[in-house]
Design a protein around this ligand. Structure first.
Ligand SMILES: NC(=O)c1ccc[n+]([C@@H]2O[C@H](COP(=O)([O-])OP(=O)(O)OC[C@H]3O[C@@H](n4cnc5c(N)ncnc54)[C@H](O)[C@@H]3O)[C@@H](O)[C@H]2O)c1
Length: 448
């Protein structure tokens, strides 16, 4: 918990963020590579077997006051973030494998690590999922709920949430399931009323991810989306999120290639260097790669990955530098690589007097190793948002865009993709809810 000394002068806001007492239940939809790496990782950290590298909530600090104050507590000591020891996991999948078996299948973590965690991981068994192959063509699971319509399925998920709620103090849901086919908003997504009617009539515009999200938000449970699916990115869900004080954020974990893009593109723009083309390609061989090998799921991912450059470069403001960028993204399924993806970028830039230059990136990354700490932070920060009076009923938590390829914003606002602006926004939001002074980086006071 924050102290007067750490947080600087208190305001009314600070006193009113509720403490993180009791157990935090985390409901994970889809227990594949990311989810099992996340769950196994939390357990490994709890047992002191490894460090939570990549997690801002666990390792990050936040500067308070002036640079000369030397006051940079850990974020988790400044804001009342749930303790890892208080997290309890459950979830759903279309396959019956327990988390140990699913993690072994995903082949992200080595056998030695998994075997140490086996007794714990084996206890987490997925509940039957809401699934329809129409929305994920490459998967076919048997561990699936049956219902007379989508409303019935949503009610079954709500019953799962209600039962879990009896065993913990607070609940957050996170989608770590597959990428669904590309869906655009239709009339059914425009209001809660239209959506609920659509559940009754089995409207094809309602994908399984939206049935989970609807169930979560109806139960007042915050919802994070690790995939690029439409899910909560529509007026009906925003309305529900506000109505039931169940925070939501954007979608699609920002892990490898887009992470790099949202670091480099702002740098080129800050220096007024032009960009002619940006070609991005990937090879990956995990189940996610197999799902994305289907054109309709790839389209969903492509849309999410394409957005960042357009918004960062603002070609309408800088036509000489960014008007006609050729931006291309490819994802190729290549089984030998498993989760150890390779992401190449070729960037054609130009400088003074238009002279061309090239930059090449070859990121040999591990997809789920990058995604797991993001899943953890999103869950912990959404739980914090739910306890913060200034955040809980505003719906979209734009300050969490830091973690996401497709930030969600209020109507009429363009999304902020620049990683450093996102980081500043996140930390200032924490300062704000804890009643600490915001940091503008103006710094003139040091020269008085
Ligand atoms: N790893 C990364 O770096 C990264 C980055 C951004 C986004 N993502 C997204 O995160 C998601 C998970 O990635 P992954 O590598 O763990 O994939 P994965 O294929 O290993 O796991 C997905 C799991 O979801 C399950 N599933 C699918 N539909 C479901 C449903 N309706 N209900 C319950 N379970 C369902 C699948 O059976 C599978 O076990 C994907 O959508 C992926 O695009 C991953």
């Amino acid at each position: 918990m924050a102290t007067e000394q750490q947080g600087g002068p208190k305001t009314a806001g600070q006193a009113s963020v509720a403490p993180a007492t009791g157990k935090l239940g985390v409901m994970v939809v889809g227990m594949g590579a990311v989810a099992t790496t996340f769950i196994a990782g939390v357990e490994a950290v709890r047992r002191g077997l490894a460090k939570p590298i990549g997690s801002l909530t666990q390792m990050g600090t936040i500067r308070l006051g002036k640079r000369t104050d030397n006051n940079s507590p850990k974020i988790k000591d400044f804001a009342p973030i749930a303790d890892l020891n208080d997290i309890v996991f459950t979830g759903w999948d279309i396959f019956e494998d327990n988390v140990y078996e699913a993690a072994a299948h995903a082949k992200v973590l080595d056998k030695e690590t998994l075997d140490q965690l086996k007794p714990f991981l084996e206890t987490i068994k997925p509940m039957p999922a809401v699934f329809d192959q129409f929305y994920v063509k490459r998967l076919n699971g048997t561990h699936v709920k049956k219902g007379k319509n989508k409303r019935d399925l949503a009610d079954q998920v709500r019953a799962d949430i209600q039962a879990f709620k009896k065993t913990v103090d607070r609940v957050v849901m996170i989608w770590c399931g597959s990428t669904e086919i590309f869906l655009e908003q239709t009339a059914v997504h425009k209001s809660i009323e239209a959506f609920e009617k659509g559940l009754e009539t089995d409207d094809p515009g309602i994908a399984p991810s939206q049935i989970y999200a609807y169930a979560a938000l109806s139960e007042g449970v915050p919802f994070a989306n690790g995939a690029p699916n439409l899910t909560v990115d529509c007026p009906a869900m925003i309305e529900l999120s506000k109505k039931n004080a169940a925070p939501i954020c954007g979608k699609d974990f920002k892990t490898g290639q887009t992470f790099m893009k949202t670091i480099l593109a702002p740098a080129f723009k800050a220096r007024m260097l032009g960009v002619r083309g940006w070609f991005s390609t990937n090879i990956l061989g995990n189940r996610d790669g197999e799902v994305l090998d289907d054109a309709q799921s790839f389209k969903t991912k492509e849309e999410s990955k394409l957005g960042s450059l357009e918004y960062i470069f603002q070609p309408e403001l800088y036509p000489d530098l960014y008007k006609d960028i050729y931006h291309k993204i490819r994802i190729n399924y290549y089984p030998p690589r498993g989760d150890e993806k390779e992401a190449w970028d070729n960037i054609d830039i130009f400088g003074w007097l238009g002279y061309p230059m090239q930059i090449k990136i070859d990121f040999l990354c591990r997809d789920s190793i990058l995604a797991a700490p993001i899943a953890l932070d999103l869950v912990l920060f959404l739980d914090l948002a739910k306890r913060a009076p200034t955040l809980r009923s505003i719906g979209i938590q734009e300050w969490l865009s830091f973690y996401l390829k497709s930030p969600q914003t209020a109507d009429g606002l363009y999304p902020e993709h620049d990683l450093f602006i996102q980081s500043m926004k996140l930390k200032n939001t924490l300062r704000h809810i804890m009643g600490a002074e915001l940091i503008t980086h103006l710094g003139l006071e040091y020269y008085d």
